[in-house]
Ligand binder design. Structure first.
Ligand code: DQA
Length: 151
């Protein structure tokens, strides 16, 4: 059942529109719509209502975060490479004041040094990386608990 406090905005950043064309060894080879399907099924299992957004435009990503205050009760953010340097996106996330979980498909800690830094440090309730799509399931479960949503 949809209630007014169970909405989760799932935001994907730059290069996620071509997820299925990125290195399958790192990203698993699935398309963004396949990933969103899985997330949607899991969200409903937990009693959450997902809203999806993807853009390759940093400003547009910030603007969507501005609107998230009215659209959502919680956020899952995978900003791709922006994660590692976009203070603008971090500021936009901060002003939502919504509970947020940062997810990465790959193990960002085990890759290039520059991927170890996240602008979302201190702004998110958790960072989940290296678990592939299952990381989103974990994030959804955390947010359902946080929002006190039951299926
Ligand atoms: C990513 C990790 C980032 O370092 C990278 O730039 C991406 C994807 C992930 O989901 O593993 O675009 O966020």
């Amino acid at each position: 059942m949809t209630t007014s406090h169970n909405r989760v905005a799932v935001l994907h950043g730059v290069n996620f529109d071509v997820l299925d064309r990125r290195d399958p060894e790192i990203y698993g080879g699935l398309s963004l719509s396949e990933l969103e399907h899985k997330i949607s099924d899991w969200a409903h299992e937990f009693g959450l209502e997902p809203i999806f957004f993807q853009t390759n435009g940093e400003g547009e990503f910030c603007e969507y975060l501005h609107r998230s205050i009215d659209l959502a009760d919680s956020i899952i953010v995978n900003a791709g490479a922006w994660t590692h340097y976009s203070r603008a996106i971090a500021d936009a996330l901060e002003l939502t004041r919504l509970p947020a979980v940062e997810v990465h498909l790959s193990d960002v800690e085990a890759r290039d040094d520059w991927r170890k830094l996240s602008v979302f440090d201190g702004l998110v309730i958790a960072k989940i990386a290296g678990k592939g799509p299952d990381g989103y399931r974990e994030a959804l479960e955390m947010l359902a608990t946080k929002l006190e949503v039951t299926p």
